[in-house]
Design a protein around this ligand. Structure first.
Ligand SMILES: O=P(O)(O)OC[C@H]1O[C@](O)(CO)[C@@H](O)[C@@H]1O
Length: 541
């Protein structure tokens, strides 16, 4: 592995591969050679600093890194999340072929199908008004209370699939900041509100605290007995849910082999199903299943997740780029960058390899982004002219859902394509100066101003194009990124499926709560924390 990375670095240095602009000038077939398709989903990576030699080496890297074998181990239910002793089987949740998937000697598919069946019965009951609130009124508002993977997936996907949303209104409460639930409850009538408490562990302090506040909201308005009619729960910890007082017919389970950030396909997707209906949810699963099959069978140069992972690794560990920007040209994908932050950074933000030794080189990059065109008017300045190179990942549908606003979609497409072209082409000093002279500026001033109007170009980007953001297309897009994270994790040599890095802060917060409440002193706290506690308590009065 290390040898191929070194080889890739020398290939980059020796072949002037980073001159993407020159590569386009000399090869009219570059787009055909460095793009791949899966049905209507096109991945254009021709604007990355790759050539055939680099692609051959990346393929070799994936082969030597054992990506294919590890992929099969994941699909087969091996306990690849070894620090937690768990299989990693979110793929079983969308296994529309229903082929057996065996964990600890048991085929999990009957349980997966049974939960899906129960979810659709409940979701359709809420949507059609056969499941009502305690006073018999139809549910108009559903509030999902969860955080991290128990929030980001359904929140992102519900927004993304707004054109398919014909069920009750959905709200998402995640933050332990009381402002979040208070602002949400202000909009709601207890009689017509259903809360879904979503927590894999059913111990997460944010979710349990918000759930207790929601419970009081119902009990105060409708009486203690009404609670059962206004709550449902999603969890792997069914014993803990029972103690909260939610009837078993309203509890939807999943399993420890589903990671939180991979759980949108499980009962965590219940709010999405209530919003768009069971058939659309099934389509969403089918899109992901299509990518799963593609990931397992397509050859490297046609395999979208493999290519995306290999190029991601190339950017991070060969070219040393510290971040990547996710730039959907789709307002409805505005939460997709946040979703990918958890997926990618919680999975691959690790410092040790599988054998516990420090990662050589880099592990996962910082992932960030905002939808275009808004980002253009905010941070694209730095992407175009800043001192760091930031690989950008664009995505755009050929068709919007508003035929009457087609001209707006055309503008959106033009902007998306213009950005990747500008990043690649840039503008030389001569071009900048020529433009200024043409505009009538005198030569001395043009000399002075032109450097500020230079774009270095050669800034890499990947663009995804698809027909329309349907449930199928969204499922495909998410699964594509999941497998990209998997490929990169294998190449980094890390376990992508645990998240010990979130634990220390949680432990310290538990210890600090009595200090903040004034029930314990600051003995043993560091001087900064002691000072901050003092300042906050003084200000709170
Ligand atoms: O679903 P739970 O158990 O409430 O956890 C919420 C989130 O918290 C984390 O464990 C991180 O603290 C995530 O991995 C998870 O998605």
């Amino acid at each position: 592995m290390h040898a191929i990375v070194e080889q890739l670095k020398s290939t980059v240095a020796a072949t002037a591969a980073t001159d993407i602009r020159a590569a386009f000038a000399s090869d009219p077939k570059r787009f055909e050679r460095f793009s791949a398709r899966m049905d209507d989903l096109l991945m254009d990576y021709s604007k990355c600093a790759v050539n055939d030699e680099i692609m051959v080496q990346l393929e070799k890297l994936c082969a030597e890194g054992g990506v294919a074998a590890k992929r099969e181990a994941m699909f087969a239910g091996e306990a690849i999340n070894f620090t937690e002793g768990r299989a990693v089987l979110h793929t079983a949740l969308r296994n529309r072929a229903n082929t057996p998937v065996v964990v600890d000697g048991k085929n999990v598919m009957p349980d997966v199908n049974a939960v899906l069946h129960a979810m659709s019965g409940f979701a359709e009951g809420v949507r059609q008004g056969t499941i009502t609130g305690s006073t018999g009124k139809q549910i108009t508002d559903v509030v999902n209370i969860g955080i991290g993977g128990s929030d980001l997936g359904p929140a992102m996907a519900t927004l993304a699939l707004a054109p398919f949303h014909d069920g009750p209104r959905l709200h998402f409460v995640s933050n332990v900041d009381g402002a979040h639930i208070a602002d949400t409850l202000k909009l709601l009538q207890p009689e017509t509100t259903l809360f879904i408490v979503a927590s894999k562990t059913f111990t997460t302090i944010e979710t349990m605290t918000n759930a207790a506040t929601a419970r009081t909201f119902i009990a105060d308005a409708l009486g203690e007995k009404a609670v059962g009619d206004h709550f449902a729960a999603v969890s792997t910890a069914l014993d803990k849910v029972g103690a909260f007082g939610i009837g078993s017919e309203r509890v939807f389970g999943f399993w420890d082999w589903v990671g939180g950030r991979y759980s949108i396909w499980s009962a965590i997707g219940l709010p999405l199903m209530i919003a768009v209906g069971a058939d659309n949810f099934t389509e969403f699963l089918s899109g992901a299943h299509a990518i799963d099959n593609h990931f397992r069978t397509a050859p490297f140069r046609e395999n979208l997740p493999m290519l995306l992972g290999a190029i991601g690794y190339f950017h991070r560990n060969v070219l040393d780029y510290p971040t990547r920007a996710i730039l959907p040209y789709d307002q409805r994908l505005s939460r997709f960058p946040a979703y990918l932050q958890q997926l990618d950074m919680e999975s691959n933000g690790k410092g040790v390899t599988l054998d516990g030794t420090p990662v050589k080189g880099n592990s996962g990059p910082v992932v960030w982004g905002e939808p275009g065109t808004n980002g253009q008017h905010a941070f694209y300045q730095l992407i175009h002219q800043g001192t760091s190179v930031i690989p950008a990942e664009f995505m755009i549908a050929a068709k919007g859902f508003e035929p009457e606003l087609r001209h707006q979609h055309e503008l959106l497409i033009a902007n998306c394509l213009a950005q990747s072209a500008a990043l690649m082409k840039g503008r030389t000093l001569e071009e900048a100066k020529g433009q200024l002279l043409k505009s009538g500026m005198d030569a001395a001033k043009a000399d002075h101003i032109a450097p500020h109007r230079v774009f270095t170009g050669n800034r890499p980007s990947i663009t995804f194009v698809y027909e329309q953001l349907t449930p199928f297309a969204l499922g495909r897009l998410i699964a594509l990124y999941e497998h990209r994270v998997f490929v990169e994790g294998v190449l980094f040599g890390i376990n992508s499926f645990d998240q010990w890095g979130v634990e220390l802060g949680k432990e310290l917060a538990t210890g600090l709560l009595p200090v903040v409440q004034g029930k314990a002193g600051t003995d043993g706290q560091d001087a900064s924390t002691t000072g901050l506690v003092g300042a906050l308590s003084h200000l709170a009065g």
